[in-house]
Design a protein around this ligand. Structure first.
Ligand SMILES: C[S@@+](CC[C@H](N)C(=O)[O-])C[C@H]1O[C@@H](n2cnc3c(N)ncnc32)[C@H](O)[C@@H]1O
Length: 296
């Protein structure tokens, strides 16, 4: 197998969006995350913002790799309910994801009253270049399952921390080291050569410690249904395997590697098999919440 033949999913943002939305459904990701925003976000993020900034504050938010914005809009809405107004800058390279984001904003304008959304189709390094030497400051920054796609994570974290207002809060979510994605990437170095490396929870924790940035952690359990990966000819199954390997059309590019990846995804290292035949893969994730101190 020649690695030059393998194509990274992020080289085709439309393909990425299609795969991502399929797996989001199979793992009930959005409803799980919305529950998180209702139960954990108010304690770990909102309460801290309210303790540190007055209700009259115009809150600046930066969302990185927001996808179609399900979480981003929800968080902006919650914050907006407690402050004067919110300006939400969104940095997301996939046009299709932003089109979904935009259409939701259009279709429910009254719900987002008081929030000024600034959607920018670009990768984070382009945002940095665009903002130049004196980037704006934010009260809240979120990078949910996107930080590992940015080239230099250590430097990105340093930059983001510097972009936080004093008293500001930053939320970063990562894939747990025991989750199926990390296990597949660690098991198949050929995939990492094309797509990776993907920093996991331990790497992000270590980067924050090295940078002397204070944070709290929250671990969440999640499972994704990958039964269709074992159904011959299932297009959905193939997209899920591509999402886990981060290679476009892995089956067509390297049938042997495809089979190895599928077998490993179904193995007991990654998944559990239910009595009814459903195969559930570990999709656990971790949240890091950073609090920048207020100067005295
Ligand atoms: C796993 S999705 C997460 C989407 C959303 N935050 C969520 O949790 O549902 C990762 C997102 O990061 C975006 N992304 C990839 N590379 C990026 C980069 N260099 N800068 C900013 N976003 C990026 C992708 O287009 C994708 O929408």
């Amino acid at each position: 197998m020649e690695k030059t033949k393998m194509k990274y999913t992020l080289s085709d943002p439309d393909y990425y969006t299609e795969m991502y939305q399929v797996y989001a459904k199979k793992s009930n990701k959005y409803s799980h995350l919305l529950e998180w925003t209702e139960n954990i976000f108010p304690k770990m993020v909102l309460q801290k913002l309210r303790e540190r900034f007055s209700a009259e504050t115009h809150i600046n938010v930066l969302g990185i790799g927001t996808g179609s914005g399900e979480m981003d809009r929800k968080m902006a809405g919650i914050i907006n309910g407690h402050f004067k107004s919110v300006r939400n800058v969104v940095v997301e390279p996939a046009e299709k994801q932003l089109a979904i984001y935009r259409s939701v904003l259009e279709s429910d304008k009254s719900k987002f009253k008081g929030i000024d959304f600034d959607l920018r189709q670009m990768v984070f390094d382009e945002y940095r270049e665009h903002e130049g030497e004196h980037p704006p400051k934010y009260h809240f920054i979120n990078a949910m399952q996107s930080i590992y796609y940015i080239d230099d994570v250590n430097d990105t974290l340093r930059y983001l921390y510097a972009s936080l207002e004093e008293g500001g809060v930053m939320l970063i979510t990562t894939l747990s080291d025991a989750c199926g994605f990390q296990l597949v990437w660690n098991r198949f170095p050929q995939v990492q050569d094309v797509a990776g490396p993907y920093p996991g929870t331990n790497d992000i924790r270590q980067s924050l410690l090295d940078l002397n940035i204070k944070f709290e952690e929250n671990h969440q359990r999640l499972y994704g249904d990958i039964t269709s990966c074992f159904q011959e000819g299932s297009k959905e199954g193939e997209l899920i395997v591509d999402f886990f390997s981060q290679i476009i059309d892995l089956r067509g590019t390297s049938p042997e590697l495809y089979q190895e990846v599928v077998d490993y995804m179904g193995s007991e290292q990654c998944s559990e098999k239910k009595k009814d035949g459903t195969i559930l893969i570990n999709s656990d994730w971790d949240a890091f919440v950073v609090y920048k101190p207020l100067s005295i």
